[in-house]
Design a protein around this ligand. Structure first.
Ligand code: GDP
Ligand code: IMO
Ligand code: MG
Length: 430
C-alpha cells in the first residue's frame, strides 16, 4: 500500500513536478511543500486554465489541505498575493485548505536587496532568481533569522492575514499519516541544485532531495512509502553552472532573449531549428528543445539552457534520493528529431567514469560519452498507453531505465492531466 509519496526533482529543476503533484493530488488528502521558497515556479494545466504556483503547493487546485512546511522560506508579501490570486479565481483559502509552519523562515526585504543579480556580484555569478532565498537560509543557519511565528506577531495587515494560517504543522502531518490519510510531499528545485548534493556553488540554498522532505516537514524516514523522481526526457538548466550535456552554450541561449522576444516568430523559428537540428547542428538541437518545450522560466522568464538526457546524472539522482520509480516528462518534445542522444558515461582528465563527478571544477571539464538512438517523427501528444508510443520512443524509455537504474512509473506526453501514461501503479497512491 502506498500512503505517502515524495515527489522530487531529478535534474536541475523545472522537470514538471507541478504537473505530477497535481496529478497525484487527486488521490491525496494532504500536500506538503518541504523546501525552497518562491524561487520555484510550478505550472499546472487544468483544462483550458493554466496555474502558476511559487509557494503554495500545487495541490491547492484540488482543494486538499496544503502545508507550507518548516523547511521552506516564506516571503509574506508573495504568499498573500498568491492567496489573493487564487481567491480571485474562485478558490476559498482558509486554514482548512492552507497552513504554514510556525518554524518556516521569513524572507525579509533586506534578503531580497542582497540577492539582486543586477546589483550583487554573488547573485549574478550563480544566476539566482533574486528572491532572497540564499540570504534567508544563511540567516536561518546562522541562527539570526526570523521564523514566521515571530513575523505574524507584528501589527501589520499582512501579519494579521497570515496569523490564522500559522500552525505547528509537524503535528498535523504526522496525525494525518497516523490516521491513514494519504500525504504527498511536493519537492521544489531539483537534486542537482541541492546545497549538499548538487553542483555547488551553482545550487540553491536548501535540500530539495528526498532527505529534505523529512527534515523539511518533521516526518521520519520509516513513514515514507515511495519516492518518485521527476525527469525530463532531456535536460534543462536555468542559471549558471556546469551542464555536461548542454547543446550550444549558455551565452548563445541567453542571446536569444526571453519568451516575449521570440513569441511572434515562434512557428518559423521552430521550423528552422528542426531543419538545422536534423542536419546535425548541436546548437539548433538544443534550440529546438527550448522552443518546442517552451523552456522559459516560470519565475523569471529566462530562456532555459537545454541538452540531451544525462544518464550519469540521472543514476546519481536515483541513488541520492532512493527513488522507487521515475516519471519521464515531455517525451513529446523530442518528436521530430531524427536522432536522439543519451549520455551513458563521462570522460574527464582522460579517464572514463560512469559516476557523476562531485568536484565542480572537474565537472566543468567533463566530456559526455553518448549513445545515439533513432528518434520518431510522429506527434505522440495524444498517446494514451505505452503501446500507442512508436517503437523508437519505447526503446528510448527502456534505455533510460537501464542507464538510470530505476523503473519508469509515469510517462508524460503533454502538459494536461489526460496526457499522462501510467506504466506502474505500485509506487503511486492506491
Ligand atoms: P516544475 O518546476 O518542476 O513544476 O516544472 P515547471 O512547471 O517549471 O516546468 C514544466 C513545464 O512543462 C510547464 O510549463 C508544464 O506545463 C510543462 N509540461 C509538463 N509536462 C509536460 C509534457 O509532458 N509535455 C509538454 N510539452 N509540456 C509539459
Ligand atoms: P522549480 O521548483 C529551476 C536555480 C536558479 C539558480 C540557482 C540558485 O521551479 O524547479 P536561488 O534563487 O534558489 O538562490 O537560485 O537555482 N533555481 C531553479 N532552477 N527551477 C527552480 O525551481 C529553481 N529554483 C532555483 O536559477 O541557478
Ligand atoms: Mg519550475
Amino acid at each position: 500500500m502506498t500512503q505517502t509519496i515524495i515527489v522530487v526533482g531529478g535534474q536541475w529543476g523545472d522537470e514538471g513536478k507541478g504537473k505530477i503533484v497535481d496529478f497525484l493530488a487527486e488521490k491525496a488528502d494532504v500536500v506538503v511543500r518541504y523546501a525552497g521558497g518562491n524561487n520555484a515556479g510550478h505550472t499546472v494545466v487544468v483544462g483550458e486554465k493554466k496555474f502558476k504556483f511559487h509557494l503554495i503547493p500545487s495541490g491547492i487546485v484540488h482543494q486538499k489541505l496544503n502545508v507550507i512546511a518548516n523547511g521552506t522560506v516564506v516571503d509574506p508579501e508573495v504568499l498573500v498575493s498568491e492567496i489573493d490570486n487564487l481567491e480571485r479565481m474562485g478558490f476559498k483559502i482558509d486554514e482548512s485548505k492552507l497552513v504554514i509552519s510556525s518554524n518556516a523562515h521569513t524572507i525579509l526585504p533586506k534578503h531580497k536587496e542582497e540577492d539582486n543579480p543586477q546589483k550583487s556580484e554573488q547573485a549574478k555569478k550563480i544566476g539566482t532568481t533574486g528572491r532572497g532565498i540564499g540570504p534567508c537560509y544563511r540567516d536561518k543557519i546562522a541562527r539570526t533569522g526570523m521564523r514566521i511565528s515571530e513575523f505574524v506577531k507584528a501589527d501589520s495587515e499582512i501579519a494579521t492575514r497570515l496569523r490564522p494560517l500559522v500552525k505547528d504543522t509537524c503535528f498535523i502531518i504526522n496525525k494525518a499519516i497516523d490516521e491513514g490519510k494519504r500525504v504527498l510531499f511536493e519537492g521544489a528545485q531539483g537534486t542537482l541544485l541541492d546545497i549538499d548534493h548538487g553542483t555547488y556553488p551553482f545550487v540553491t540554498s536548501s535540500n530539495p532531495t528526498a532527505g529534505g522532505a523529512l527534515t523539511g516537514s518533521g516526518v521520519g524516514p520509516t513513514k515514507i512509502d515511495s519516492v518518485i523522481g521527476i525527469f525530463k526526457a532531456y535536460t534543462t538548466r536555468v542559471g549558471a553552472g556546469p551542464f555536461p550535456t548542454e547543446l550550444g552554450s549558455e551565452e548563445q541561449t541567453n542571446a536569444e532573449g526571453r519568451w516575449e522576444d521570440i513569441a511572434a516568430n515562434y512557428e518559423k523559428a521552430l521550423e528552422e531549428a528542426l531543419g538545422k537540428a536534423n542536419e546535425g547542428d548541436e546548437y539548433y538541437q538544443g534550440k529546438y528543445m527550448r522552443l518546442k518545450g517552451v523552456e522559459y522560466g516560470t519565475t523569471t522568464g529566462r530562456p532555459r539552457r537545454t541538452g540531451w538526457f544525462d544518464g550519469v546524472a540521472a543514476r546519481y539522482s536515483v541513488m541520492i534520493n532512493g527513488m522507487s520509480a521515475m516519471a519521464i516528462m515531455k517525451l513529446d518534445v523530442l518528436g521530430g528529431l531524427r536522432k536522439i542522444k543519451i549520455c551513458t558515461a563521462y570522460e574527464v582528465d582522460g579517464e572514463v567514469t560512469e559516476n557523476f563527478v562531485l568536484n565542480t571544477e572537474k565537472l566543468w571539464k567533463v566530456k559526455p560519452i553518448y549513445e545515439e538512438m533513432p528518434g520518431w517523427e510522429e506527434d505522440i501528444s495524444g498517446a494514451k498507453s505505452y503501446e500507442d508510443l512508436p517503437e523508437e520512443a519505447q526503446n528510448y524509455l527502456k534505455r533510460i531505465e537501464e542507464i538510470a537504474n530505476a523503473k519508469i512509473a509515469i510517462v508524460s506526453v503533454g502538459p494536461r492531466r489526460d496526457q499522462t501514461i501510467i506504466l506502474d501503479e505500485k509506487p503511486l497512491f492506491d
